[in-house]
Design a protein around this ligand. Structure first.
Ligand code: SAM
Ligand code: GLN
Length: 285
C-alpha cells in the first residue's frame, strides 16, 4: 500500500472504532512513525511503505484503535507552543490548562511583579512550571510532585526547553517539601470524583495515571487541603490560582469562603466556555 492508502485505511479503522479525529490521528501517527512531518506525507503519498515499515505502523494503528493516546504513541505533546516529552508516567498536558498559565501571567503583570517566586504543585510533565519559566526569565520557580517518575519526566522537559537550573524540582506530598513564601501558587491538581472516573473516555481511563486524576468521593479532596494550607506559603497579597472542573465553581467558591483566608475570589472560563480557573488573593489579617 502507498502512504496515501495507509492513511486512508488507518483513518477508516479509527472512525469505525469511535475515535473523533480519525484522519488527523492517522496522519500524525504515520508521520511520527516515519520520523517525517505531515507535509512530507502529502508530497510522498504515492510512495510505498517498506514491509517492516508497514508492519510497524500496523502495530501503532492497533494500539491507537484500543484507545492509546496519540501523545503517548508519538512520545510528545505541544503545550504553550513548547514541546513536552510525555509517556504514561505523566498526564498529557491539556490545552485547557493554558488558560491557567495565561491567568498567572496576567495577574503578575497587573501587579507589576516581574521577578516572582512561583510554586507549581503537582507539576506532572512540568507543563505549567516550564511555560511560566519560558515567559518570565526573572522568576524563581519551584515545582513539586508526589510521583518521582513524573518529576523525572518534568526534569527532562525543563532541560529540553529552558536554560539549566531555572526550576527547582521537589518530591513530596503537596506542601510537605515546600519552604518559603510565594507571589503565586498555581496548581492543576487531580479533581475527578470517584463516581465520575468510570465515565472518563477510555483514552484517559485506561492509559493516563489514576493518581493524576482521582480526587476522592467528590473530586474536591485536593482543593480542601490546598486552599487552607496555601495561605501560609503566600506572601501578603499573594495569589492562589487553581484549575477546576467545569462544574466545581460553586463548591470551590465555598471552600475559599469557608477558609476565611482569601479575598478577591474570581473564576475564569476556558476557550470552550467552561469554568476552568479559580483565583484568589491572600487576605491581610
Ligand atoms: N500540572 C500538570 C498539568 O497541568 O498537566 C499535571 C497535572 S495532574 C492533573 C496532577 C498531578 O498532581 C500529577 O502529576 C500527580 O502526580 C500529582 N499529585 C497527585 N497527588 C499529589 C500529592 N499528594 N502531592 C503532590 N502531587 C500530587
Ligand atoms: N481535565 C482532565 C480530564 O478531564 C482532568 C484533569 C485533572 O483532574 N486535573 O481528563
Amino acid at each position: 500500500m502507498t502512504i496515501g492508502q495507509q492513511i486512508e485505511s488507518a483513518a477508516e479503522v479509527f472512525l469505525s472504532s469511535g475515535l473523533t479525529t480519525p484522519r488527523l490521528d492517522a496522519e500524525v501517527l504515520l508521520a511520527s512513525y516515519l520520523k517525517k512531518d505531515r507535509i512530507w506525507l502529502f508530497v510522498h503519498s504515492d510512495r510505498d511503505l517498506s514491509v517492516p515499515e508497514a508492519e510497524g505502523f500496523r502495530r501503532w494503528v492497533a494500539r491507537r484503535q484500543e484507545g492509546e493516546p496519540v501523545a503517548y504513541l508519538v512520545g510528545h505533546k505541544e503545550f504553550w507552543s513548547l514541546d513536552f516529552a510525555v509517556d504514561p508516567r505523566v498526564l498529557i498536558p491539556r490545552p485547557d490548562t493554558e488558560v491557567l498559565v495565561e491567568e498567572v501571567l496576567k495577574t503578575l503583570a497587573l501587579q507589576g511583579i516581574f521577578s516572582p517566586d512561583i510554586l507549581d504543585l503537582g507539576t506532572g510533565s512540568g507543563a505549567i512550571a516550564i511555560a511560566l519559566a519560558s515567559e518570565l526569565p526573572e522568576a524563581r520557580i519551584t515545582a513539586t510532585d508526589l510521583s518521582r517518575e513524573a518529576l523525572a519526566v518534568a526534569a527532562g522537559n525543563a532541560k529540553r526547553n529552558l536554560p539549566a537550573g531555572r526550576i527547582e524540582f521537589l518530591q513530596g506530598n503537596l506542601f510537605d517539601p515546600v519552604k518559603g513564601l510565594f507571589d503565586a501558587i498555581v496548581s492543576n491538581p487531580p479533581y475527578i470524583a470517584a463516581g465520575e472516573y468510570s465515565q472518563l473516555s477510555r483514552e484517559v481511563r485506561n492509559f493516563e495515571p489514576r493518581e493524576a486524576l482521582l480526587a476522592g468521593e467528590d473530586g474536591l479532596d485536593f482543593y480542601a487541603i490546598i486552599i487552607p494550607q496555601a495561605a501560609s506559603f503566600l506572601k501578603p497579597e499573594g495569589w492562589l490560582l487553581l484549575e477546576i472542573g467545569h462544574d466545581q465553581k460553586k463548591l470551590v467558591e465555598g471552600l475559599f469562603s469557608q477558609s476565611g483566608l482569601y479575598r478577591d475570589v474570581t473564576f475564569r472560563k476556558d476557550y470552550a466556555g467552561r469554568w476552568r480557573v479559580a483565583k484568589a488573593r491572600r487576605k491581610e489579617e
